[in-house]
Design a protein around this ligand. Structure first.
Ligand code: GRF
Length: 217
C-alpha cells in the first residue's frame, strides 16, 4: 500500500479535493490511499470532513509542546505508523524544521498560494495585488528545510484583474489549487514525479498536466 498522510490546520478544502479525486479516480486500484489526516489545531474543520469520509483523523496540538522539535516528534510518531509514500501539507500553518523534513526526503509536498519563487511566506494575494502583477497562481513543490523553496512540481496561473481584492484573487486561485494538488499528489504517489538531486523529475506529458492556465475570471 502507498499511504498518504495529510497535515492540515484549518478548513481543509485541499485535503477534500485530494480525497475526492482519490475516490473518483479509484487510486485504491493502484494501491494508493489517504490513510490519515493530522491537524495541529483541534477545531480544524477539515478533521470533521475526514471523519465523514471514513478517514482516520488525529490531532497533535502544537500548543502542548515546549519546542518545535518535540511537536515534530509527536507528529512523526503518528506519521511513521502509516509508513507513508507521500506526506501532504494542505494549509498546514506550522513551519517544519530540518528535524522533520530530513526524515522524509522526496516525500513531503506543499501547496503555496503564489507563483514561486515570487511571494514566499504569508499574505501572498495582497502582496501580488500591491506589486501590480497581471498573473498570479499557486505552486506545488517538494518541501525542503528552507521555507517555500523546494523543487517545483507544478504551477497554476490565474489572471489578476483590476477589480480584484485579496479575497477574490484567493478564491480564483483556490479553484485551481483543487485541480492541481490532487494531480501532483497522485503523480508523486505513483512515482511519475520524483525528487532527484534537488529537482522534480518527470516526463513532458506529466509536466503538461501539472501546468494549468485559467483564462477565465
Ligand atoms: C491554501 O490557500 C493553500 O495554498 C495554503 O493554505 C490554504 C489552505 O486552504 N497553503 P485549505 O485549508 O486547503 O482550504
Amino acid at each position: 500500500m502507498k499511504n498518504i498522510v495529510v497535515l492540515i490546520s484549518g478548513r481543509g478544502s485541499n485535503f477534500v479535493s485530494i480525497a475526492e479525486a482519490a475516490r473518483r479516480e479509484n487510486w485504491a486500484a493502484e494501491g494508493i490511499e489517504i490513510s490519515c489526516v493530522i491537524s495541529n489545531r483541534p477545531g480544524a474543520a477539515g478533521l470533521e470532513r475526514a471523519r465523514e469520509m471514513g478517514i482516520a483523523a488525529e490531532v497533535v496540538d502544537h500548543k502542548l509542546y515546549e519546542t518545535r522539535e518535540r511537536f515534530e516528534d509527536a507528529l512523526m510518531e503518528i506519521i511513521d505508523r502509516h509508513n507513508p509514500a507521500v506526506i501532504v501539507l494542505a494549509g498546514f500553518m506550522r513551519v517544519l524544521t530540518d528535524h522533520f523534513v530530513s526524515r522524509y526526503p522526496g516525500k513531503i509536498l506543499n501547496i503555496h498560494p503564489a507563483l514561486l519563487p515570487l511571494f514566499k511566506g504569508l499574505d501572498t494575494h495582497a502582496r501580488a495585488i500591491a506589486a501590480g502583477v497581471r498573473v498570479h497562481g499557486c505552486t506545488v513543490h517538494f518541501v525542503s528545510p528552507e521555507l517555500d523553496s523546494g523543487a517545483i512540481i507544478g504551477q497554476a496561473v490565474v489572471p489578476v484583474l483590476p477589480s480584484d481584492d485579496p479575497d477574490t484573487l484567493a478564491h480564483r486561485g483556490l479553484r485551481l489549487e483543487h485541480v492541481l494538488y490532487p494531480r501532483a499528489v497522485h503523480s508523486v504517489a505513483n512515482g511519475t514525479v520524483r525528487l532527484i538531486d534537488g529537482r522534480a523529475v518527470m516526463d513532458d506529458l506529466t509536466a503538461l498536466s501539472l501546468t494549468l492556465m485559467d483564462n477565465h475570471a
